[in-house]
Structures are given as C-alpha cells and as structure tokens.
Design a protein around this ligand. Sequence first.
Ligand code: HEC
Ligand code: HEC
Length: 337
Amino acid sequence: MAAATTILLLSGLGCRQDMHDEPKFFPQRGTNFYADGRSVRPQVDHTVARSQLHADNYFYTGYINGKEGDALPFPATMKVLERGEERYNIYCTPCHSRVGNGDGMIVQRGYAQAANFQTNRLRTATLGHFFDVMTNGYGSMPDYAAQITPEDRWAIAAYMRALQLSQNAQRSDVPSGVEVKPLKTIAESEGMPASFAAPWGQADSIIIPAAAIPLAQPGSTAEPPPAPAKTAPTQSSAAALMPATKTYSVAQVQAGQQIYAKNCAVCHTAQLTGRPPTFPSLVNIVTRIGEAHVRHNIHDGAPPMPAFPNLSAAELDDLVAYLSSPSRAGHPASPSK
Ligand code: HEC
Ligand code: HEC
C-alpha cells in the first residue's frame, strides 16, 4: 500500500516537472523561437484601437494639427460651467486660489508660486493650453490626468475663462437685473473689518445677482431672508475675528495698513505675499512665527531686511494688529449663494 502511494506521488511530481519544463514565453524576456528574438509579438498591420488610443483627438489632447486649439469640444452650457467651477474649487484652488491669482493656501505656506490667470499671457492663452497644462503638467505644476476626466478638464478650462472675464469685468458687461456692489460695502454689511477688501486692490467690486441681495423693502410682503448683522463693525465684532491672544480695534488695523503700505509693501508686496525666495511672505506671519519674533524683526531688522527703529510703540502695535487681522489670509469675500 505504502509502495503504491509512493509511486502515485512520484508520478504526480514527474507530471508537474514536465509542465515546468514546457516551452513557453516569459513576459518581457527574449526567445529564440522567433527570428526577431521578441517573445511579445508586434501588432498585425491595420490593427484598429478600441477605446484606448487617444493620440489624435482634440477632445483628448487639446491640439489641432499640432497646435493648441481654442474651442470647447462640446457646447459651453451653464451646467458645464457649474461643473467646471466645482472641479476647479476642488483641484486647483489649493494653489491658484478661488479667484485664480496663484496665491492659494499651500502657496502661502511655501509651495512654488502658482500661475496668476490674470496676466495678459494667460488671459489670451487658449482653452487647449489650459487643457494641456492639466493633462501633462507644466513646470513645477503636476498633471491632473489621473484625477480629472478629460470632460471635466474641459469644463474647468471653460470655467477658468469665465473666471478671467469676471476679474476684468466692466460695468457695461453687467446684465440688467444684476447689481454691482463694492467689496467694501459687502464687507461692512457682513460685519467684517473695512480693511477686509483691501488686498483685492482694483478688483474692488463683485457682481451679485440682485436676487441674492437681501433687500427688506418697507411694505414688502415677501419674507426677508435672515439678514446678516446690520451694525457697523464694532470693537467687539472685530475682536471676535481676531486670533485669540489679543484684540485690536478696526482703527488700529487700518492705521497698521497705512504704515505697512508706506514701509513694508515695497518688499513684501501690498498683498503680503512677498516675493520668494528673497522677500518672505507675511501672510499669517504672526501665527507662524509668533508676535514677539515679528516685533523683533521690525524693530531690529533681520539682514538683509532693514530695521525700523523709528516706528513708535503705538505704530508697532498698529502694524502687528494689521498683520494679525484674519483678512490677511487672502480669501475673497464669498458671497452667500
Ligand atoms: C500643487 C499646486 C498646484 C495645483 C493644485 C494646480 N496648479 Fe496650476 N500651477 C502650479 C504652479 C506652481 C504653476 C507654475 C508652473 C511654472 O511656471 O513652472 C502652475 C501653472 C498653471 C498654469 C499656467 C501655465 C502657463 O502657461 O504658464 C495653468 C493654466 C494652470 N496652472 C492650471 C491649473 C489648473 C486648471 C489646476 C486644477 C486642475 C491647477 N493648475 C492646479 C501649481 C498648481
Ligand atoms: C528692503 C526690503 C524690506 C523691507 C522694506 C521690509 N522687509 Fe521684512 N524682510 C525683508 C527680507 C529680505 C526678509 C528676510 C530676512 C531673512 O532672510 O531672514 C524679511 C523678513 C521679515 C520678517 C520675517 C519673516 C519670516 O518668515 O521669518 C518679518 C516679520 C518682516 N520682514 C516684516 C516686515 C515689516 C512689518 C516691514 C515694514 C515695517 C518690513 N518687513 C519691511 C525685506 C524687507
């Protein structure tokens, strides 16, 4: 019985060994079976690609006859723009910011400066270029081909063009039924410090559909939507917006802004973004390096930065108030939708 089992086992092994030794091709290894020495066979002439060859199609490349095209490969509907906005806000804002000025949060934290879409070159760049940048990356920007479908990349490109137009809109572009309000006014009605709108420089107004603005008409029967705090920003409402440690008045923040504009903006820029690598960004600087360190830098200088021993203690306080104010984070007012 034992002998029979052994024979069975051995014959089993023998059979297995045969299959090991059988002639076959190993992936990525040569063979002497074919004359060209390749185990992987070339495709038969006139093979037709099914669903994977995107090499020659505008929809997949953004190129027409070797040049970046400037059209959407499908109609630009409101739905496409909304989809583009949503995808843009998810994938691009960390670096390019919601308004596309290249000053997103991770850029503020030290990532390579992202492109500002409001430069003349990018304002006149083609949609195909935007598509190509997302598809293949550009300089230090990684590609988004794996994360974003071609269709969504086009939707984002369309939204970017809308974003560019919105940032350069003229009053004559505003359709009837839509009201233009200065950002300052909106900041005030939302209880923000007046300095909130300052970093946005000439883009000092945003366009809101009239329907989105709560207007409580006397005698109006319509239920007014819950209104934002109507009071002018007071010391305490401003204080609520300040980081925990200290409270500063709106007046101090404003005075600090003036001092900053006069003494610091030339190197650190009016938006506080600096010009890395030489001039560091001062966005959120107080939270990042601590108030004492900031005061020390200003008072004693930090070569190559000059010292400012002539600023009075009060002026230094104002400057710190300004640098601490949360509107320095570089977010535009997000009108309630
Ligand atoms: C991780 C940060 C980061 C993200 C996220 C990012 N970008 Fe960029 N982008 C950059 C940087 C950095 C540059 C500048 C690259 C350079 O000039 O070397 C840039 C440049 C660009 C340019 C300008 C190319 C040119 O011709 O100068 C476009 C257009 C662009 N990005 C579009 C997008 C879009 C659309 C998204 C979202 C899908 C996106 N980026 C997401 C970092 C980013
Ligand atoms: C002439 C250009 C110049 C001016 C004007 C200037 N700075 Fe600077 N600042 C610099 C440079 C350069 C550095 C980086 C110093 C270093 O390498 O340590 C710096 C660094 C700083 C830092 C430290 C940043 C960090 O990340 O550690 C602070 C804070 C600062 N500056 C605040 C100010 C303030 C506030 C003013 C206006 C009162 C001002 N600076 C004016 C050039 C300038």
